[in-house]
Design a protein around this ligand. Structure first.
Ligand SMILES: Cc1cc2nc3c(=O)[nH]c(=O)nc-3n(C[C@H](O)[C@H](O)[C@H](O)COP(=O)(O)O)c2cc1C
Ligand code: SF4
Length: 571
């Protein structure tokens, strides 16, 4: 049976911790977390021990550990409050909360993936919520997934069923019928054809066809093959994967098991972002249940099919959501994105064939296996296929995760499903792809439909489909500055156009640079074009969309910012 990250390692000695994890696949992150949790920080001694045990040069290990945001290097550091300063929490007073908690050494953390809830604060592995005046309380039960009514769903079809996060509850509402059908009535290639025919495409942002990816892994040479669930969800404004994992963990586990059966993979990893400690517990419990029921491990459903599944907790780094970076992180290397080609389907985890898929993609799979591909096609509107979960937050009456049919008018989601703007306000702008798609505003909010071609025709992208709403009370230059500051903070630094370009754009959104508009625009355009042309990964290519859309939709606010003295701190 695979081992799990346990909640506490307080009674384990150094050698017990090393012995516990050394023989596991992808041991670096769990080893670091084990010492971090036991000691409340990562001591010099712990790093020496880990470097020795895993044969990682100490200098490399230092470089890797300090790359992540959440590993404390000072005694007691793990217990200092980490306050979310993502775009929505800034609107709610995240910076004021940090100031109020100054005596406790509070520091900022990037978006913690709870944009539909009060400001999240992490203290050790405790997740609390705060008010700008410094009040902290235990986190409330997460909001239930909204159900807008009569539209048929896929990912959320059964998520509201009672007890769905337990194996019994999951099975009672149809869970594991997809895997059973696959393993008893279909060959692995039948399963791949079924998923390909459904036209399911990746929901992590890039939209690559899932069946094509699985076929490439199935046909690639090399064993063992792996399935990796990307649960890093670091994009500001995205919190859908957390909802799926919190309420429906077995859907992801079953989806991964089906993927393993289809591709011939024998091991899997769920790479979960650090900021979801409750979700980690939910997953550990679910995995234990699945192992105990013979749904993971050896001879699944009594057949000659084996699949071991491990959870690996990240440590805070947005770039680890990029698949090459994620794989390097799993392997214990510095989490830079990898050059492509080769792609993970042939050269993934440990240079072996690997399917990396998003949580939502994998959670869709069991439902699609329970139906025929045509069922999935018909969920979309018009010519559009399937559904997408949208994380909606910001200045809107009913924020939350909404599963929408592709092709739904954006204004239907904003006004009818989510209740429209707050009293006395009107919508000014909505971000796309979290913040990576920049802003949509004006007429685009009226005419866009929720599908990639429509959103792209407006100069943006749907991506992982986080949407943050800004009403007419907001300073859009300040919102753009907040977004660009995030990209500058999270740029891994591997290539200079992104490393330097995100910094220069942040400065230009914060008062630096030319004070005549023409020169300012020329400089910003030059930076943006260079970043888009030569950045090595999606972060550097997407970041300029923020400033481009700002200039396109809000020329007056830009003019005032450049030629006047507008302030750039929101919240
Ligand atoms: C900067 C960056 C961050 C990303 N973050 C995530 C993420 O948090 N979750 C995710 O599933 N995909 C993320 N992706 C996309 C992944 O690289 C990859 O395309 C995806 O996990 C593949 O799964 P899918 O085909 O099911 O979408 C990110 C990409 C980039 C460039
Ligand atoms: S584009 Fe940015 S995040 Fe991506 S590899 Fe280059 S420096 Fe790193």
């Amino acid at each position: 049976m695979a081992a799990f990250i346990t909640a506490s390692h307080t009674i384990l000695t150094d050698q017990q911790i090393i012995g516990r994890w050394q023989q596991e696949p992808a041991p670096l992150l769990p080893l670091l977390h084990a010492f971090h949790n036991r000691d409340g920080y990562l001591s010099e001694a712990a790093l020496h021990l880990i470097a020795q045990a895993l044969r990682i040069p100490l200098a490399d290990l230092y470089g890797t550990v300090t790359f992540y945001h959440h590993f404390a290097r000072e005694q007691g550091g793990q217990q200092t409050p980490r306050v979310c300063t993502g775009p929505v929490c800034c609107l709610r007073g995240g910076h004021a909360l940090i100031a109020a908690l100054q005596a406790q050494g509070a520091t900022a953390m990037p978006c913690a993936g709870r944009c539909d809830e009060p400001i999240p604060v992490l203290i050790g592995n405790r997740y609390l919520v705060g008010q700008p005046d410094g009040t902290l309380v235990e986190a409330p039960t997460p909001l239930p997934v909204p159900n807008p009514g009569s539209i048929e769903e896929c990912v959320f079809a059964d998520i509201r069923q009672p007890g769905r996060a337990t194996l019994a509850g999951y099975r009672a509402s149809g869970g594991y019928t997809g895997l059973t059908r696959a393993m008893t009535q279909m060959t692995p290639m039948d399963v791949i054809d079924h998923i390909r025919d459904s036209k399911l495409a990746g929901r992590g942002g890039a939209g690559f066809p899932t069946g094509v990816k699985w076929k490439a892994v199935a046909e690639a040479v090399g064993q063992p093959k792996s399935i990796v669930c990307n649960a890093d969800e670091g994009e500001p404004g995205c919190f859908k994967d957390r909802a799926v994992l919190d309420y429906d963990p077995f859907a992801v586990i079953e989806g991964m098991t089906i993927a393993a059966y289809a591709t011939g993979a024998t091991r899997g990893f769920i790479y979960l972002r650090y900021e979801y400690p409750h979700t980690l517990q939910t997953l550990e419990t679910a995995l234990q249940e699945a192992y105990a029921a013979g749904l993971l491990g050896r001879q699944i459903l009594g057949q000659d099919f084996h699949f071991d599944l491990y959870v690996r907790r990240g440590a805070g780094a947005y770039i680890c959501g990029e698949e090459g970076s994620l794989l390097n992180s799993l392997e214990g290397k510095h989490p830079f994105p990898r050059n492509r080609p080769p792609f993970p389907v042939t050269h993934g985890f440990e240079n072996l064939p690997t399917a990396v898929n998003n949580v939502e993609t994998l959670a869709s799979v069991p439902q699609i296996l329970r139906h025929e591909p045509a069922w999935y096609h018909a969920l979309g509107l018009g010519d559009h296929v399937g559904t997408k979960v949208i994380s909606l937050s910001g200045d809107v009456k009913r924020p939350g995760n909404y599963e929408v049919p592709f092709g739904l008018p954006l204004k239907t989601l904003l006004y009818e499903w989510a209740g429209g703007p707050l009293p006395g306000r009107i919508f000014q702008a909505v971000t796309m792809a979290g913040i990576s798609g920049g802003f949509l505003a004006g007429e685009a909010l009226e005419t866009a439909t929720i599908d990639e071609p429509s959103i792209r025709s407006k100069g943006s992208m749907l991506g992982a489909a986080g949407m943050i709403v800004f009403d007419d009370s907001r300073d859009m230059v300040a919102a753009a500055h907040n977004a660009m500051e995030f990209f500058a903070h999270e740029s891994c630094g591997k290539c200079f156009p992104c490393r330097i370009g995100t910094q220069r754009l942040t400065e230009r959104l914060n008062g630096a640079g030319p004070t005549d508009l023409t020169s300012w625009l020329a400089e910003v355009n030059d930076l943006s074009q260079t970043m888009k042309a030569v950045s090595a990964c999606g972060l550097g290519v997407a970041a300029p969309l923020v400033v481009e859309s700002l200039v396109r939709f809000f020329p007056e606010q830009v003019k005032q910012h450049v030629t006047g003295d507008s302030c750039c701190v929101i919240g």
